[in-house]
Design a protein around this ligand. Structure first.
Ligand code: NDP
Length: 299
């Protein structure tokens, strides 16, 4: 068997087009332009790339982008004061603080100082609680992107066995909550799970969010299962040691032989993450203005 490739790049382009269309309508009919503020502290090169890309895509869908770049030694008080200003700014509908923060800043404190209604990353403790109790919340972007692709591929997920490998607060746990919300029977596996291969082989939907290059082999995949590979790992290129390449957490070649459908790396989950950030900003803007939310772009 050779798996259907779930094309996250094309799907993300579709989501961005839907967001852009809705934004244009909001401007024309309501005179409102959604605004996303991104706060970057320090000069971590990977974070700088992400922030640039987020800013560019925000503008491309017609939203306002506000970038706040702060020195690496910015005090917690100054950062909290900026977030308080953004919380009170009606032109800002979404606030994202780029993680990781420099070590002297308390990430939990900073994230929990964001107005939950503007918390487009969905990391605020209130949004975590709302998601866990099945209430309307802001949903973390990466798992939301995975859910959208799964719904698009399968229609209903009801009754399917889902295994999520990884229990981080930003991917594994919210992914499991979302799958449970769609009536899957969910197992969360982690580094202490016994016989991980047997656990994975029970999955109709297998989500890998581990951070270990090509860790999941094809013989852990149930024939016909859908494999969602969240991992982004840079490894030395096998044919050219001077180059690197990106791989996921699953061994793509062997898994694609067995799976019914699979997301590639790159071009799978990755592009969906920023698309969902834009979708969340639009959702936050609609909620803030008492307007109907965009269809199909929320959990
Ligand atoms: P974390 O390091 O926070 O969590 C990794 C999880 O994997 C932990 O729960 C850990 O278990 C589990 N784990 C580690 N080793 C094993 C093992 N041998 N067997 C089973 N479970 C194991 O990572 P993140 O959740 O932040 O990210 C996961 C991956 O997803 C990374 O590759 C990251 O780059 C990628 N990512 C991609 C995004 C995208 O946009 N596509 C966005 C965010 C992340 P334990 O808790 O027991 O330690």
């Amino acid at each position: 068997m050779s798996a259907t490739i779930i094309d996250g790049k094309a799907f993300a382009a579709k989501v961005r087009a839907q967001v852009a269309e809705h934004v244009a309508r909001l401007k024309e009919e309501n005179g409102i332009t959604p605004g996303l503020a991104v706060v970057l502290v320090g000069e971590d090169p990977a974070s700088q790339v992400y922030v640039r890309s987020k800013g560019k895509q925000t503008v491309e869908v017609g939203m306002n982008s506000y970038e706040h770049k702060l020195e690496a030694d910015t005090s917690e008080a100054d950062l909290l004061a900026l977030i308080a200003r953004l919380n009170n700014d009606p032109a800002v509908h979404g606030i994202l603080v780029q993680l990781p923060l420099p070590g002297h800043l308390n990430s939990d404190l900073v994230i929990n100082s964001i107005d939950p209604a503007k918390d487009v990353d969905g990391f605020h403790i209130s949004n975590v609680g709302l998601l866990g109790t099945g209430q309307k919340s802001m949903v973390p972007c990466t798992p939301l992107g995975c859910l959208m692709m799964l719904r698009d591929h399968h229609g209903s997920l009801s009754g399917m066995n889902a295994v999520v490998v990884g229990r981080s607060n930003i991917v594994g746990k919210p992914m499991a909550q979302l799958l449970l919300g769609d009536s899957c029977t969910v197992t969360i596996a982690h580094s202490r799970t016994k016989d991980l291969g047997a656990v994975c082989r029970g999955a109709d939907i297998l989500v890998a969010a581990v951070g270990r290059p090509e860790m999941i082999p094809g013989d852990w995949v149930k024939p016909g299962a859908t494999v969602i590979d969240v991992g982004i790992n840079r490894i030395q290129h096998p044919e050219n040691p001077e180059k690197t390449k990106l791989v996921g957490d699953v061994d793509y070649a062997s898994c694609a032989e067995v799976a019914g459908a699979i997301t590639p790396v790159p071009g799978g989950v990755g592009p969906m993450t920023i698309a969902c950030l834009l979708a969340n900003t639009l959702t936050a803007c609609c909620r803030a203005n008492g307007l109907a939310e965009p269809e199909g772009l929320t959990a």
